[in-house]
Design a protein around this ligand. Sequence first.
Ligand SMILES: *Cc1c(COP(=O)(O)O)cnc(C)c1O
Length: 252
Amino acid sequence: MKSYLYPRLNLDISFADLAFGLFPWLSKSSVQNSSIIQDFSRNHKQVLVTLSVRTAFDLWLQALNLPKGTEVLMSAINIRDMQEIVKNHGLIPVPVDINLDTLAPDIELLKSLISPKSRVFVIAHLFGSIIDLEPIVEICQKHQILLVEDCAQAFCGTSYCGASSADVSLFSFGPIKSSTALGGAIACIQDSMIAEKMVTLAAEYPCRSELWFCQRVFKYWGLKVLSIPQVYVFLIGVKPRYAQNRTRCKEM
Ligand SMILES: *Cc1c(COP(=O)(O)O)cnc(C)c1O
């Protein structure tokens, strides 16, 4: 009997999309004019395209230029880099535990963690869920806290373009995200002055070349081939033998 193994993560991109990625000139419209930007402009916010959510978040914090020691409340579950970015700006991340049934932060806990130094709350919509932000918006407005919604795991087409009351909404198209484009992010920014500063700052950044992107396409093409169940079962079978050899080498 043949057995197949399915890897836990499947890249959400087809081989046809990968092939298309190698010929960027086939796509006539520029990113800034693309329909996705038009759709995300629905909430009358400034829509920026960046290399990643982390780039956009870092640019936003630079543009904001908060005093050192300012506290940034954050959903307790997020990728480590988001917290590192906060720390790199001399700000203090304050984790807010989430309710594991709803994936939303505990409102009473959030209220208890707010201090006069709190200026930002980064709420993450996790594992494809979209949290109702209404009660949180109310608390943030009362305490003059800027609300950033991290939608890196919540892109679902244009049916959700971010909450109109959020100051920042961030969507990721990184390699392991749903509807990936192997990179890229959309940032919807409420404050147009801040958005303008972000654009100025981003213009100073080095550009990724087309060669860099082509290499990335090939890398993920390889990973996609390896994750085909019939291939993956073979790959997993190879690993123990390799591990055994390594142990033997150590014993010598
Ligand atoms: C992946 C992810 C990010 C980072 O997205 P990039 O576009 O890769 O920078 C941020 N937050 C969450 C919750 C994520 O899952």
